[in-house]
Design a protein around this ligand. Structure first.
Ligand code: DGI
Ligand code: FE
Ligand code: FE
Ligand code: FE
Length: 188
């Protein structure tokens, strides 16, 4: 497996500086959340660093991967927002040589979540949402809630995301809705 330094070097070349700086802030936040929740710090670091690896890839790379790996064809109805995590995990495995399923699941689930998420996957999902560079309305509440309870943070983000998608008429990926049903009614 790659060392953190090797990984950071690859990431620096895989994305623009603004995205790379976001990735480093997600790592920093993921490590904080890992300390609070008894999760391995190195796993949190590596998963956070990998989460947006594929964000700046052309659509064609994702479309080719969906076809070659016979991933769910429903994916073809979506775009980069869904692909960079769900399909991006395949590129993390193939191109970064990361075959740790715990890390790949966290990358796969970082945008759409999942009905069952490990603590590590919850941490990456939340660190992406509350890292110090985020400044949407309600982010301060999201930070407080997440440091209080990771599960309540997951529920809050999932509910906010679904409300945003519905209010702007954007298509909801089926896993996003399944995440809502699994997390929101029980952690509202
Ligand atoms: O990659 P980042 O910008 O750091 O963050 P992210 O991977 O969490 O992506 C967030 C975006 O993804 C946000 O604009 C909402 C969008 N998104 C999340 N779930 C869905 C979705 N977009 C669509 N169309 N459908 C979804 O189900
Ligand atoms: Fe992302
Ligand atoms: Fe996110
Ligand atoms: Fe991100």
């Amino acid at each position: 497996p790659l060392s953190r330094a090797e990984l950071v070097d690859k990431l620096r070349h895989a994305m623009k500086k603004k995205r790379f700086d976001h990735v480093l802030r997600v790592e920093e936040t993921a490590i904080e959340l890992a300390k609070e929740n008894g999760v391995d710090l190195e796993l949190a670091s590596i998963a956070a660093l990998c989460h947006d690896y594929a964000k700046q890839r052309p659509d064609q790379d994702f479309i080719a991967t969906i076809k070659e790996k016979h991933l769910d064809p429903v994916l073809l109805n979506y775009g980069n927002a869904i692909w960079h995590g769900v399909v991006g995990a395949e590129l993390v495995a193939d191109e970064l040589g990361c075959h740790d399923q715990r890390i790949l699941d966290a990358v796969r689930q970082h945008t759409v979540g999942a009905p069952y998420m490990t603590k590590l996957a919850q941490i990456v999902y939340m660190a992406d949402y509350i890292e110090p560079g985020r400044d949407f309305e309600g982010v301060e509440l999201a930070r407080q809630v997440t440091h209080q309870s990771l599960a309540k943070g997951v529920a809050l983000q999932t509910k906010q995301t679904l409300m945003y998608l519905v209010s702007t008429g954007k298509p909801v990926y089926p896993t996003t809705l399944a995440t809502y049903n699994a997390w929101v009614p029980s952690n509202g």
